[in-house]
Design a protein around this ligand. Structure first.
Ligand code: AMP
Length: 439
């Protein structure tokens, strides 16, 4: 394994797994900045458990942005299922749940293709009780529907993105949404990186607000992993490009003991080292940046590991001729599409001997079976580390899709529901939807 620097700076730093798992920032007494200075800052976020829900109209931002097939049938309902604990809590506490979400990109126009009706039907099945579908998300008819609700009822508002004002975070629209609730709960981590009316603007008009259980779970895992990791702390970064992950790499260089790099982005690093990379993916304009990252990792004594071998192919196709070569042996006409067996062994060892692991981005073109081995091995190593007590977190997006493809979702500590949001969280950015819950 190519170690730009081999030193575990974190050994000896002690944290108990237990304390790292406690969501202490989600209580009224303790500001979350006591756990994380760079990410969560001086927010005081309440849990839904601290709200008086009985008889109240509880306006909940959920993330029902679910994938559908051509007929409109939901192909993956994980986001709906993940929101159940929060909705069930409201129902069992005698609250009236008024749910709002976006679906797809209707660009401010009513479009039946993006109606949340299928989500209402699926939610009703999962809850085992009726869910009334509102014809709109604001307006007289919706107002009347909400006024007629009884304790324990559930209403799903129509797609908030049927209004351009949602993404504009427009004040009047925010006020109209807010008028539907006495209290506000945000359970949509996947949308928390956007300052929209339903995630941000509404909080100006509802003083009693809290994080739902899914939001809490995401903040607990991603927040604690970065703010107070049990060490050794290893991050695995992959995917196609350095440019998409540069802020994550920079932020994690200050926090991790080991960073493992795979995916298409490795070839920009290898080019920066003067190696022949054949026809592999490269970002010519990021070569200098790659050099800086390597130098920074060295200066910070981070164990920055790049693969030592790769599976190369003579075309970008699952049926292409392929072979395993050393990183120094990539020939012209060949491109790297996965990490090789030697790298898999070294990466697996680093992962299974860690106590906190964060993974974002595949090791190769995992969508093609002949180039999925590296990504599968990382997923297996995460599962193994979890068995030995490590906290293992998979960022959303492609890594979440990969771990699902390998049937290992339940074998890791947490799979984030938010691709963009989890990435921004790992970049150390403030999420507007989280910041707005501050009270
Ligand atoms: P990203 O969206 O940047 O996280 O990249 C994810 C994509 O990177 C996946 O669709 C993978 O197929 C792709 N990928 C991973 N490794 C490689 C590689 N060696 N060459 C080209 N694409 C890759």
């Amino acid at each position: 394994m190519k170690k730009v620097r081999t030193q575990n700076t974190g050994s000896g730093r002690k944290n108990s797994v237990k304390s790292a798992m406690l969501p202490v920032y989600l209580c009224s007494q303790k500001p979350i900045h006591s756990l994380s200075t760079s990410l969560l800052q001086a927010f005081m976020i309440h849990s839904i458990d601290q709200l008086d829900l009985a008889g109240k109209r509880v306006l909940v931002r959920v993330d029902f942005n679910v994938p559908q097939d051509d007929t409109g049938a939901i192909t993956d309902d994980i986001r709906i299922r993940e929101s159940l604990p929060t909705i069930q809590k409201i129902v069992s506490s005698g609250g009236r749940a008024i749910l709002m979400s976006h679906l797809g990109r209707p660009k401010g126009k009513v479009n039946a293709k993006y109606s949340l009706k299928p989500a209402a039907e699926r939610l009703a099945e999962l809850l085992g009780k009726p869910v009334k579908m509102a014809p709109d998300c604001i307006g007289d008819e919706v107002g009347k529907m909400v006024a007629l609700m009884e304790d324990g009822d559930v209403v799903l508002l129509e797609n908030v993105r049927f209004y351009a004002q949602e993404e504009e975070n427009e004040d009047d629209f925010s006020r109209k949404l807010a008028a539907l609730g006495d209290v506000y709960v945000n359970d949509a981590f996947g949308s928390a990186h956007r300052a929209h009316a339903s995630t941000h603007g509404v909080t100006k008009y509802i003083t009693k607000r809290a994080a739902g259980y899914l939001m809490q779970k995401e903040l607990k895992y991603l927040g604690d992993a970065v703010a107070q990791p049990v060490r050794p702390f290893t991050a695995i970064l992959g995917g196609s490009k350095i440019s998409g992950k540069i802020d994550v790499i920079t932020n994690l260089l200050d926090k991790c003991d080991t960073i493992l790099v795979g995916g298409g982005m490795i070839f920009t690093f290898f080019k920066a080292m003067g190696k022949e990379i054949g026809d592999s993916l490269v970002e010519e304009d990021k070569i200098e940046l790659a050099k800086e990252i390597i130098a920074n990792a060295k200066a910070k004594n981070i164990n920055f590991m790049l693969p030592t071998d790769a599976i190369v192919a003579d075309a970008f196709s699952n049926d292409a001729a392929r072979k395993t070569v050393s990183i120094d042996g990539i020939e012209k006409g060949w491109r790297g599409l996965d990490i090789g067996a030697e790298s898999i062994a070294a990466f697996s060892k680093a992962i299974t001997t860690s106590k906190t692991v964060v993974w974002n981005g595949p090791m190769g073109v995992f969508e093609m079976s002949n180039f999925a081995a590296g990504t599968k091995a990382v997923a297996d190593a995460l599962a193994e580390a979890t068995k030995h007590g490590a906290v293992t977190i998979v960022g959303g997006g492609d890594s979440a899709a990969a771990i699902e493809q390998f049937g290992l979702v339940k074998a890791v500590s947490h799979v984030s529901t938010g691709g963009g949001a989890s990435l921004e969280f790992l970049e150390g950015k403030e999420l507007p939807g989280v910041a707005a819950l501050d009270s």
